[in-house]
Design a binder for this molecule. Structure first.
Ligand code: G3P
Length: 216
């Protein structure tokens, strides 16, 4: 499963990239606003930290505006992926940009039928939001498994980019279901390594090693 970082925090992305845990990056208008940075500048800098796709989201709501913005964003770097909302205008823009070989990530997906539309419109990635479904007591993971089954039924090549991931359990479940990609905040990715028995076992190893009086 590919790991994308859901952030515009350059230091956090670089820290994970240095460990080999960054296959790509996703941003959205809220993440960009939180960064306080110029949109095109920060996307250009993120694109230098990974060879993988970096999602940059359009803000127009009409298809022609989305297409125009998508072409502008695509010129920033050759690994920019244009992120489009799952509306009829977004699907139309996806179809046009995909025919121009522009990588596309259709976002704000909350139903299997929405994901089916995105695949038919040539999306490179579909971003179903797990956490936001869980937030309203629906089953976010069920959406991922439904999309996996539908895409496999018909051989759609659109990659499932599981998003709105809030915890380690979401990551585990996505890997078990077979999501192609998961995107998560840096803290969630770093937290995947944590286990109390690992800490306890290492402390015991080092305590016993101390008794040998040896060094390597
Ligand atoms: O960036 C898309 C998605 O990951 C947003 O997550 O936590 O704002 O629902 P969240």
């Amino acid at each position: 499963m590919k790991f994308f970082v859901d952030s515009a925090d350059l230091a956090a992305i670089e820290e994970l990239a240095d460990i080999g845990l960054v296959d790509g990056v996703t941003t959205n208008p809220s993440i960009i606003a939180k960064s306080g940075r110029d949109f095109k500048e920060v996307i250009a800098e993120i694109c230098k930290l990974t060879d993988g796709h970096v999602s940059a989201e359009v803000v127009a709501t009409d298809a022609e505006g989305m297409i125009e913005e998508g072409r502008i964003l695509r010129k920033i770097a050759n690994n920019v992926c244009v992120k489009l909302p799952l509306t009829m205008d977004g699907l139309k823009a996806c179809n046009t940009l995909s025919r121009e070989n522009v990588p596309t990530n259709v976002t704000l997906c909350f139903s299997p039928n929405q994901a089916l539309l995105a695949a038919k419109c040539g999306a490179s990635y579909i971003s179903p939001f797990i956490g936001r479904l869980d937030d309203i007591t629906l089953d976010g993971m069920e959406l991922i498994s439904d999309i996996r089954l539908i895409y496999d039924n018909y051989g759609y090549e659109t990659e499932i980019l599981a998003a709105s991931i809030r915890n380690a359990n979401h990551v585990k479940e996505c890997a078990l279901v077979g999501a192609d990609v998961m995107t998560a905040p840096p803290a969630v990715i770093k937290g995947l390594a944590n286990h109390v028995l690992t800490d306890k076992g290492l402390a015991a190893f080092l305590k016993d090693w101390e008794t040998t009086g040896q060094s390597i």
